[in-house]
Write a protein that binds this ligand. Structure first.
Ligand SMILES: [Ca+2]
Ligand SMILES: [Ca+2]
Ligand SMILES: [Ca+2]
Length: 266
């Protein structure tokens, strides 16, 4: 079966690291010291990881950080940008794709796009999906050189606009301060600037990662804390957690993969 081959590629094992030091720029990821999740801190770890492999246009979803098998879902075509969000507000995340200004959503996660929306499409536009307008359904967001354009689900005909960051920044949407409201964030050479008020000002600044990092991702938290900054480096997921908590490192995927979604528990 084709699946078996992918499983071998993906099941690289999982470990918890105990270091609190954020990764240095462009250095190799430090090998985690230990140990299976659970023997170290059972309450603290990764609950869901989703990555996309452009080489075969396939999403891989893994629940838990103890080497569980990943499920896979073929969806997309070369050049597509993957998304993973709860577009209809039923509590379940499903895959989406952005293809040169067209958004393709598979509401039933069955590899078929049953919702198609045109939004964006300028060269360099970066698509994201998160519930900006707070109705429980993920909105379509375009980051364009520091401008955030939001096609909200409350009123798709009235686009929302925010200004935060600049050209070259890598945008991230998550609730970093745990307020219940999605914050605008940009990653710039290892620094995270977070606009919790959506007024164009960085109220939080974090150092995590380096200038060589291309895949910052927010770790959504199922517990009481806000989102944490995380990095994907050639198959290693590195999650910075709250102060004094151990950093989490989990192997899942490989170089060339794109991290799409990450959820942790605290
Ligand atoms: Ca859903
Ligand atoms: Ca919404
Ligand atoms: Ca917030």
């Amino acid at each position: 079966m084709i699946m078996t081959r992918h499983f071998i590629a993906l099941l690289l094992g999982a470990t918890l690291a105990t270091s609190c030091t954020p990764p240095e720029s462009s250095t190799q990821v430090t090998q985690p010291m230990v140990s299976k999740a659970g023997t170290n801190d059972a309450q603290h770890g990764v609950s869901t990881m989703v990555l996309y492999r452009p080489a075969n246009s396939t999403f891989y979803v893994r629940h838990g950080d103890d080497g569980q098998a990943a499920s896979e879902l073929g969806f997309g075509a070369p050049g597509d940008i993957p998304l993973w969000a709860d577009f209809n507000g039923d509590g379940k995340n499903v895959p989406g794709l952005y293809r040169n200004g067209r958004w393709l959503i598979s509401s039933h996660a069955d590899s078929t796009a049953d919702v198609e929306i045109d939004f964006g499409g300028a060269p360099g536009d970066v698509p994201l999906a998160a519930d900006i307008d707070g109705d429980g359904r993920a909105d379509l967001v375009i980051f364009r050189n520091g401008q955030w354009i939001v096609r909200g689900t409350r009123d798709p005909s009235r686009l929302l606009n925010f200004q935060f960051g600049q050209a070259g920044d890598i945008p991230v949407l998550a609730d970093f301060d745990g307020s219940g409201k999605i914050d605008l964030a940009v990653f710039r050479h290892g620094q995270w600037f977070i606009d919790t008020e959506r007024n164009g000002t960085a109220k939080m600044t974090l150092n995590f990662g380096g200038s060589a990092d291309r895949f910052p991702i927010a770790s959504h938290n199922t517990g009481t804390h806000g989102s944490s900054p995380a990095l994907f480096r050639d198959g290693m997921w590195i999650v910075g957690t709250a102060a004094n908590a151990p950093m989490i490192e989990v192997a899942f995927g490989a170089s060339g993969d794109i991290p799409v979604f990450l959820e942790t528990k605290d």
